[in-house]
Design a protein around this ligand. Structure first.
Ligand code: CUK
Ligand code: CUA
Length: 625
């Protein structure tokens, strides 16, 4: 590919070509940015956010196996911040501070796939962001007042909650069905016993806003298949959730071939209101401390809908009337009707069952199959303010706009290249904004300056306001933006500084409270950081020095008493592999064993004032003998 294909398409070349047969003959080709009137903004103007002004939307992109979340501004597509979630991040001390280590445990990385905002009445409320870790079966919640993670839990009995997070209309639940099937509790069982001993598990996770804690309400032991993507019902389908499956062949090796044999896999329909009721009535078994529903014994909450083989995404329309499955191996999308599904359940229009779960008649639930011409590899669908659907086509590298009411293809735009998900402005709410959609492309090829054999992924901003979709901006992104969320910027209300916390036993807010206390071989430092010094013990000869004995267990509790926005201090100890940060007003703890005798400078890692270089001291570790 030639360098600069994007500017070439949207710039001069397109202008020259705009009136030629190439554009006249097809509505599939690249777009021109030739303005239809002199009052229309150019593409450059549409994405330009002058200094001092701010973007209209936040974009939260999943960081995949970086374990982080990337925050961008839209329409500028400027990268604003990386927030560590499941992985260590020395820039913020995540994975070094005691508070973060308590949440991360022994894991140092994660694979973050689908971020999701908390919702109130089906609308993003701007309060919380949830995410899951496919690698280590964890769920996390980020506080949007501070853009920091408040809780992480490991979900027992499961492995690889890829289908999450998709939250229900009032954040009642987040459902976490798993990509991998394992024996409950990851116990050993031969793969010859796959069909009888392995389960895919769907976990219903809840969030307590007051306590800022996640918990597992109940789980469902599903057949030993792979579960891919899910979505929660809305409006008329409130109380329901949908999940795609693949490998219903139950292949245990060489999945590339063996998991694509059958013509049909399934969408699992969950009646979570019913499942909730079953749990309340005691219809579950307790396994490894969790309440697990076994659909073969506890009937009536789960149904299967046949769908073209190996579907990937399944998306509920904003009005909650339909769910749309994307067949990654078939060129087809299938539109299903919730109303038809409810009727089929009522009339018991079943074509069989698997593991005791009834299979609904395909024809009873299916509304239409949609095959946009030459479009290949549909993966995920988003929606605009008029209910129109936008589906990413991985293989033919484009986004297809189509009408779920008729199946008619309305528009197509090429993206560079191989989009996985796309994300629409307020896309998962009951009322998407319809202004922008961002294609999350797996392959950028030569779109950006080369950084060697591995190229960045790419996010492309598409303007939906004109008669045709138009790519108007492009930004490189670290691997791997599996999914993203786009929210109106004014919905998020961040704090400027942390409030004083009179209940925090480790916080000190004035110099005369600073002290170093010894209990046996435990040393607790109650210190402060301020422009431009550390004070660990104001009464000491050298207040900015910590002296301990070799082998001591040391706790440094550090409070930043600069109650000024943006005055963050860092705290690093040379050669001790330690660095934390304290934001304005925040108290954080770092714990370590002084197992190396010697002299180690400590210093502030965040450039905080003209005398930042002077913000240093020493850790002196006296040798044992
Ligand atoms: S998945 Cu479909 S492209 Cu949502 Cu993890 Cu990556
Ligand atoms: Cu505090 Cu630099």
């Amino acid at each position: 590919m030639k360098k600069g294909i994007i500017p070439a398409v949207t710039g001069l070349v397109a202008g020259v070509l705009a009136s030629t047969v190439f554009f006249a003959s097809t509505d599939v080709g690249p777009r021109s940015d030739a303005n239809t009137s002199s009052t229309t903004k150019t593409n450059a103007e549409k994405v330009y956010v002058p200094f001092g002004e701010q973007d209209e939307y936040y974009l939260f992109a999943s960081g995949g196996h970086s374990g982080q979340m990337f925050i961008y501004g839209v329409p500028s597509m400027r990268h604003i911040r990386t927030v560590p979630v499941f992985s260590q991040d020395s820039a913020t001390g995540w994975g070094w501070s005691k508070e973060s280590l308590e949440l991360l445990g022994d894991y140092t990385w994660g694979d973050l796939h689908h971020p999701a905002f908390s919702e109130t009445n089906g609308d993003y409320d701007g309060k919380w962001m949830f995410a899951t870790d496919v690698a280590n079966s964890r769920a996390a919640v980020m506080d949007l007042k501070t853009f920091t993670v408040k809780d992480i839990i490991e979900v027992p009995n499961t492995s690889g909650p890829h289908c999450a997070m998709f939250v229900t209309e009032n954040t009642e639940y987040m459902f976490l069905p798993t990509r991998f099937s394992v024996p409950l509790g990851s116990a050993y069982a031969s793969l010859d016993e796959y069909s009888s001993k392995y389960y895919g598990v769907m976990s219903a996770v809840q969030f307590d806003e007051e306590k800022e804690k996640l918990s597992i309400a109940w789980q469902v032991a599903l057949p030993p298949w792979s579960y891919d993507l899910s979505d929660a019902g809305k409006g008329p389908s409130h109380g329901w959730a949908v999940v795609t499956t693949y490998n219903t062949e139950e292949a245990t090796t060489n999945l590339e071939i063996n998991a694509s044999q059958a013509d049909r896999d399934f969408i699992v329909l969950f009646n979570w209101k019913e499942l909730e009721k079953m749990v309340a009535e005691g219809q579950y078994e307790e396994v490894n401390g969790q309440k697990i529903i076994f659909p073969s014994k506890h009937k009536g909450g789960i149904y299967l809908v046949p769908v073209a083989k190996s579907p990937h995404g399944v998306d509920v329309t904003p009005d909650g009337t339909r769910f749309i499955a994307s067949g990654k191996l078939a060129p087809a999308l299938t539109v299903f009707s919730f109303e038809k599904a409810f009727k089929a359940i009522e009339n018991q229009e079943f074509s069989g069952e698997k593991y005791g779960i009834p299979i609904l008649n395909y024809e009873s639930v299916m509304e239409r199959e949609v095959n946009p011409e030459n479009a290949l590899g549909p993966l995920h669908t988003q929606f605009d303010d008029k209910g129109m659907a936008y589906t990413t086509m991985f293989i033919s590298s484009e986004i297809v706009k189509w009408d779920p009411n008729t199946g008619e293809t309305l528009d197509r735009v090429p993206v560079q290249y191989s989009p996985g998900h796309s994300v629409a402005a307020e896309g998962d709410t009951v009322s998407p904004d319809g202004k922008y959609i961002v294609a999350l492309n797996k392959i950028a090829k030569d779109s950006y300056l080369s950084v060697g054999p591995s190229h960045p992924e790419s996010m492309q901003l598409i303007d939906l306001s004109g008669p045709k979709m138009e790519v108007i901006q492009s930004a490189p992104v670290n691997p791997e933006p599996h999914y993203a969320q786009m929210i109106k910027a004014d919905k998020i209300k961040t704090i400027e500084v942390y409030d004083k916390d009179p209940n925090n036993p480790y916080a000190v807010y004035s110099q005369d409270q600073t002290r170093i206390e010894r209990k046996g071989n435990e040393v607790h430092v109650y210190g402060i950081a301020m422009r431009s010094k550390f004070i660990f013990d104001a009464k000491a000869k050298r207040p900015d020095v910590i002296e301990v004995n070799e082998g001591d267990k040391v706790f440094v509790h550090l409070t930043n008493i600069d109650f000024d926005e943006d005055i963050t201090h860092g705290f690093a100890i040379n050669q001790y592999n330690l660095n934390i940060e304290v934001q304005p007003g925040q108290t954080s703890t770092v714990e370590f064993t002084a197992n190396k005798a010697g002299t180690y400078p400590l210093y502030c890692t965040n450039f905080c004032s003209a005398l930042h270089q002077e913000m240093s001291g020493y850790l002196l570790v006296k040798p044992k003998n």
